[in-house]
Design a protein. Structure first.
Length: 235
């Protein structure tokens, strides 16, 4: 396998390069289905009307914006370590109420038990330490609160696997070169998915962080997963 960027500074630089076309590429790669998955992820968080919610690796704020759409009275924080992504998000209409904070998913700059829900979208496969990232999310969510992870996962082998691999390894980099002007970033994407976990492995990581797994389901022929865990109530 071709080496993929793993160091935080490489990941940051890559997302900074593609920030101007990141949302458009997400729509094109998924046929717009990612918007539906984000809606379902936020609904699964069961946000109260006055929720305090955190979007980890918020990027341009798609999940944070969806949380505000569903719960206009919520306080929603978008945390990311790539400034150009957040700046791009701030320019998008309807995202003025997102509170943007620079921060690393492995060292979230928040006290314990601050949020009713913590969620992430297509971020966890890019962190250097998945277990630590999930533990940090479990740390900052209140007891009874939820942690939701929407992520591209390594799918099981099926009859359609060759077609999936052709699309992901050939078509997606081509789209990245044409639309975002960055073939390398969208060559990294399929490599990062193949190096990532299966649904079962990701679920295990969430339970190892002390979360009670409430939901684990897949979309798009098992290539995208939504997992939701709850922080246990204190005795």
């Amino acid at each position: 396998m071709i080496a993929t960027p793993r160091k935080p500074e490489q990941i940051r630089a890559m997302f900074a390069r593609i920030a101007h076309r990141y949302d458009l590429m997400n729509r094109l790669m998924t046929g717009g289905l990612d918007l539906r998955w984000r809606r379902q992820a936020i609904r699964a968080c069961a946000l109260p009307p006055d929720a305090r919610a955190l979007d980890v690796g918020a990027g341009t704020g798609d999940l944070a914006a969806e949380a505000l759409r569903q719960r206009p009275g919520a306080l929603v924080v978008g945390c990311d370590f790539t400034l150009p992504m957040m700046l791009r998000g701030r320019m998008k209409p309807g995202r003025e109420r997102i509170q943007w904070v620079g921060g690393d998913a492995l060292r979230l700059p928040f006290p314990d038990e601050q949020f009713d829900a913590v969620f992430s979208g297509f971020v966890m496969r890019n962190v250097a330490n998945l277990d630590l990232a999930i533990r940090e999310q479990a740390r900052v969510v209140r007891p009874g609160g939820r942690v939701a992870c929407l992520e591209a996962i390594r799918p099981p082998r099926r009859w359609w696997t060759p077609f999936y691999r052709f699309y992901f390894h050939r078509v997606v980099p081509w789209l990245g070169a044409i639309v975002a002007g960055d073939r390398a970033a969208y060559t990294y994407l399929p490599q990062s998915v193949e190096a990532f976990f299966t649904l079962e492995e990701l679920a295990h990581a969430m339970t190892q962080a002390g979360l009670i797994l409430l939901e684990a389901r897949t979309f798009m022929l098992g290539t995208v997963a939504l997992l939701v865990g709850m922080k246990p109530l204190k005795r």
